[in-house]
Design a protein around this ligand. Sequence first.
Ligand SMILES: *Cc1c(COP(=O)(O)O)cnc(C)c1O
Length: 226
Amino acid sequence: MPGIATNLATIRTRMHEAALRVGRDPATVRLVAVSKTQPATAIRTAHTTGQLLFGESRVQEARQKRDALQELPLQWHLIGPLQRNKVKMAVTLFDLIESVDSLALAEEIQRRVSTPLPILVQINIGGEAQKHGLAPAEAEHVIRAMAQLPGIQVRGLMTIPPWNEDPEASRPHFRALATLARHLAQQAIPGVTMAELSMGMSQDYTVAIEEGATLVRIGTALFGER
Ligand SMILES: *Cc1c(COP(=O)(O)O)cnc(C)c1O
């Protein structure tokens, strides 16, 4: 799959340039290669070019790929909605869960982990009715409650802004997430950091990096259409 190696090189260059444009250290931005629906062979190809961090949306699908790729030193992020009855399996598969959007889900994770698990709190930054994520106004209250759970470590925020074909349309949403993260960091909630801002996908990742993303989640631009 030569396309994957070429695409990765292009993405890494664009990420690097976006960081430099705003005076950020390119090393502070990581690529989450979103491999949902892609076969294990595609992940292997990406790994041969040095990609170690992958994102999956479904617990069962991630389990199959982890099994098939056991010998590779990969890291996995869960980026899709997590049902309560999948938490037990999810905590054994993922290094970080990006899509925690309720205290109830955080409590379920707390019940299932043996060592503390890093999470991101998903924010519905555009206030869309059908989207997952906490309302920005709820975030501080919920994160303060999550901070009481020793089994989880809040490391930052994640968002999926309203879809728009113009990447510039995402910019105010990314900026709003960065502003919210800064506000939360200022509260200095014990045990909580705002080290990670997961925002930006194939369409708008360079804009996200300009607005402070530390994780960009890229599927289509890397592996092709799903
Ligand atoms: C699928 C998915 C992505 C990747 O989307 P692309 O447009 O294919 O880059 C990123 N984040 C989440 C949460 C996703 O579900």
